[in-house]
Design a protein around this ligand. Structure first.
Ligand code: NAD
Ligand code: UGA
Length: 458
């Protein structure tokens, strides 16, 4: 079959894989190829055990893989063959040199741009899908401007707004798709070619276009605003605990104001995931770079509150369990950074577990999907830690059960059975406020939650 369009994505990660699978699924007449330098990852994409757990993803990969969706490692060849290239490589926080622990590490993006330049034999549209600091497109353009002969590159910005755990729904029915370009004749032409792809399944009014810098910046700002809401509600949860107000009742009351809205108002142990902290740090770095100290400090506090919330939770465990955790068995329910993903990058559970281990507690970790990553994350950790998928077995003979991920399965646990198997007094710390606290209290647990008074028998 001759395909109408040939699309390449460089980077087969959490974004590259699912977003390209969706394009392939919605556009059966397009050939979509995803490449990566990590051959083990490509092998996994070509196997029955995809490298990313995402509800609904298996289904669309099954329908497209080998037909119009291909996962490959021959990057050089694929750059030659395709004329629209998405760049979806990782952009972690820089860990060395100038801007260490703040700025985005752009080495993977730059290497990709150089590869595109080196192997291209015809003009191409290069689409930034990775999250990048504003003005990165300029660096891409400068590198790509060294093309030989008549080869020209047009750089577009098309940031991805999907969230893990709901990626398939987000990609199929996004709130908006944003495409930024240079406002030149060539830029606008390239932009409309990208719009054409998305209009295959997304209503025109949800596809918005802008200048390239607005697009790059909007992605960082969207994540910063979302993270800010989580920190805002978490800061108020601390006040609720002092005043007998209930954070859920406060969130409901304010969220019903349409100007505020009810999303992202769930108090908990703080946000995790690979992006919120990284993108906030990047925003802070950019503000400082442009001399905007007050603005930088405003956004930096969103991160500070996130750290404060985790510390408060750890201190609550320590103090309510009589000031010592040494030798006590603590069962952690949930290690992923949120429900419905196996991803543990920047998971609050990792930080909390390490702190509890430092108190010489004996840790048992349970998670329906993330145990493989949890084992990897804690491989070098000093102390006693074990991994048991069955939450009942994990909780048996423990002094405390600590809920760190909002998996649905924990809501449905038989807490009478859990209580019977535990050492008394039995403690329950619900870091996600997902359980029926009154019921657990009536069973006999000492229940500690976020932004509400504790329910204790002690
Ligand atoms: P990831 O680490 O899962 O995947 C990136 C992939 O790029 C890796 O497999 C890596 O091997 C590959 N890679 C790096 N350099 C390469 C090169 N030169 N050639 C070929 N492959 C290369 O990262 P991710 O979570 O998919 O995130 C990618 C980008 O998307 C980041 O900028 C992130 O901020 C952004 N983003 C992520 C999410 C998310 O939910 N994870 C959502 C929106 C945006
Ligand atoms: C987030 C954004 O929601 C996406 O739009 C964005 O594309 C993505 O980052 C990215 O750039 O990587 P994600 O990190 O996958 O998506 O998940 P979220 O649902 O945003 O949750 C982030 C963290 O905040 C989780 O730890 C979650 O438990 C926590 N959270 C979220 C709360 O504590 N309370 C809430 O009310 C909402």
């Amino acid at each position: 079959m001759r395909f109408k369009k040939k699309i390449l994505c460089i980077g087969a990660g959490y974004v590259g894989g699912p977003s390209m699978a969706m394009i392939a699924y919605k556009c059966p007449d397009y050939q979509v190829t995803v490449v990566d330098i990590n051959s083990a990852r490509i092998d996994a994409w070509n196997s029955s055990q995809l490298p990313v757990f995402e509800p609904g993803l298996d289904n669309i990969v099954k329908k497209t893989r080998g037909k119009n969706l291909f996962f490959r490692t021959d990057i050089e060849n694929q750059i030659k063959e395709n004329d629209i290239i998405f760049v979806s490589v990782n952009t972690p926080t820089k860990s060395y040199g100038a801007g260490a622990n703040m700025a985005a590490d752009l080495q993977y993006v730059e290497k990709t741009a150089r590869q595109i330049l080196k192997f291209s034999q015809s003009s191409k549209i290069v689409v930034e899908k990775s999250t990048l600091p504003v003005k990165t497109a300029l660096a891409m353009e400068k590198i790509l401007s060294h093309a030989k002969g008549k080869i020209r590159f047009e750089v577009l910005s098309n940031p991805e707004f999907m969230a893990e755990g709901t990626a398939i729904g987000d990609l199929e029915n996004p709130d908006r798709v944003l495409i930024g370009s240079r406002e030149t004749k060539c830029g606008l032409k390239a932009r409309s070619r990208l719009v054409d792809i998305y209009t295959r399944w997304i209503p025109q009014d949800k596809i918005i276009t802008s200048n390239i810098w607005s697009s790059e910046l909007s992605k960082l700002v969207a994540n910063a605003f979302l993270a800010q809401r989580v920190s805002s509600i978490n800061s108020i949860s601390a006040l609720c605990e002092k005043t007998d107000a209930d954070i859920n009742e406060v969130a409901k009351a304010i969220g019903m104001d349409r100007r505020i809205g009810d999303k992202f108002l769930k108090a908990g142990i703080g946000f995790g995931g690979s992006c919120f902290k990284k993108d906030l740090l990047n925003l802070v770095y950019l503000c400082n770079y442009y001399g905007l100290r007050e603005v930088a400090s405003y956004w930096e506090n969103v991160i500070r509150i996130n750290e404060y919330q985790r510390e408060r939770f750890i201190n609550q465990i320590l103090h309510s369990m009589f000031g010592t955790l040494a030798g006590k068995k603590l069962s952690i329910l949930g290690f992923a950074f949120k429900a419905d993903t196996s991803d543990t990058r920047e998971s609050p559970a990792l930080y909390i577990t390490q702190k509890l281990m430092a108190e010489q507690a004996e840790i048992v970790i349970s998670d329906p999907r993330a145990l493989k990553n949890a084992k990897f994350d804690l491989a070098g950790a000093k102390g006693k830690v074990s991994f048991i998928e069955d939450p009942y077995a994990a909780a048996a003979n423990s002094h405390a059960v600590i809920v760190l991920t909002d998996w649905d399965v924990y809501r449905r646990l038989d807490f009478r059975r859990v209580y019977r198997s535990m050492i008394k007094p039995a403690f329950l710390f619900d870091g996600r406020n997902i359980l029926d606290h009154r019921k657990c209290f009536s069973i006999g647990f000492n229940v500690y939650r976020i932004g509400k008074p504790a329910l204790t028998h002690i």
